[in-house]
Design a protein around this ligand. Sequence first.
Ligand code: ADP
Length: 610
Amino acid sequence: MSTYGRIISFAKPYHRYFPRYVVFAFLSIIFGLVNLALLKPLFQVIFETETEEELLKMADTTGLSFGKDYIEALFYQKFIAFREANGPNSALIYVSIVIGISALFSNLFTYISNVIMGYMRADLIEKLRNKVFNNTSKLHLGFFAGERKGDIMSRMTNDVQEIEVTLVSSIKVFFREPATIIIYLTFLFITSVQLTLFTLVFFPIMGFIISEIVKKLKKKAILSQESLGRIVNLMDEVFGGMRVIKAFNAQKYIGGLFEKETETYKKINVSMARKNELASPISQFLGISVVATLLVVGGNLVLNNETDLDGASLLVYIIVFSQILTPAKGISQSFSNIQRGMASAERIFKLIDEEPKIQDKPNAQIKSSFDTNIAFKEVGFVYEKEPVLSDINVTVNKGQTIALVGSSGAGKSTLADLVPRFYDTTLGEISIDGIPIKDIEINSLRNLMGVVTQESILFNDSVARNIAFAMPNAKEEDIIKAAKIANAHEFIVNLEGGYNASVGERGGKLSGGQRQRISIARAIMKNPPILILDEATSALDTESEKLVQEALTNLMKNRTSIVIAHRLSTIQHADLILVMDKGRIVERGNHEDLITQKGIYHKLINMQAV
Ligand code: ADP
């Protein structure tokens, strides 16, 4: 399906919008034309161009079937009657009133058709944005690491908006403007075949010049959106990392990067504006030239009596003709909009079409309990090229706590990420109770696990909702119970608003230790048999650390835990400690075993003791 067709397909159900739009748009065009046509009798009154005899001829309905001429004749009957009864001044009022009424209808119908279009546009954008959001949030974690967050956000905001603008103009291009041109042209043909054939030569020339200009725009539009993506990305990074920027006095450096990017954006847009803005004056100039030529040619025909057109008809003809230029210009303008919108649409569809790399197998098993063990067999993993994990063999029995230690970059987090299938193993296999996790339905697999990350991720919502995260039906008493076990109840009730207090953006209204305890309460609330903990006690003060440590101990009671340990003092009671280095397990055993081995673990303990 073409990109354009795909965008339009979001406007479903069409039957609610298109027929109604077409009817009202059509009516508004017709009344608009009637309005212009009524100028003829107006001129006839003012300039007294027609003799009584000629007018009577025009008012004769005999032999006419229902159509333009018939309606015109009826109009003239009334017109003559008015003129005879009250003189030309009242005929003027009569014509003006009819013009007013028809203008009222024309604008009313324009309004209705535009409102219908407004509905359709809003509906379409809502569906499109939800679709991108839902598809994107289903993607594997790796996608968000590789693809830049700012770029994704820019696609969801700017590109969707771009499509919003494009779409409205494009439907006008495909219906309203061509319909206007066809109806007006028909009128012109009826008025004078000779003149109309002459003018038709000019249209293709104008069209060709303008289309050449817009063709060059599309490439620039893509560059412009990409540059905007980088700007958004930079802002996201900067405002998120303000503390570091200030501490390093890096405002100037960051400002430089920002200005460089905004300059790129400026250059692209200036160059786009140069071409884009050329379309309008060129078409305007060409349009007026055509009208001027027409005046000369038509005027000569009338003056030399070489046509049955009279002066009033020629004036109406030229006015109607000049009105065709507006939709013609509209079409050319819209084509450039469509080009821009297409670039946006392609970027959006790339996001929609991205397949999640981690998906359920067709016959994936639902696993609702954890009974015996988690086993890693010959597990290996690469992110891009270099192996990050190799030859991982270990069995974690139910109820055990295993700790992963090792220097930064050793592969501890990556190993922990493999268990809930945030990433899939490249080599070997992880199984739970003997079932490979790749055969287990992902949701049920993740339901068995609680993940507490080093950085507590809180959402801008109430404390209660952050604890009962994604559990809209959670009971208040359960939330309080979880908070108590997590050592969080006391500080929560002291907050203004208690459990209903907002935690602020990313939990910004709370301290680091408080955030930690809320995310521990969240894990307790979920009550999973398996826990994956990324210990983050290093950034806390002693008091907080004690509270968090206690909360963690409560959380780990009667569960199976995989702990990424940063503080070796906290894992001395672990059943098994795995020391990792460069993606391999280099030592294993409990605390005492490893101390006696006098290997890396021993060294690390000594280092931390200093
Ligand atoms: P640790 O948790 O022990 O500090 P990690 O598991 O975070 O170690 O990282 C192990 C290695 O994998 C490091 O060399 C790191 O640079 C690399 N790595 C981590 N995440 C990614 C990623 N998303 N893409 C590519 N490489 C990564």
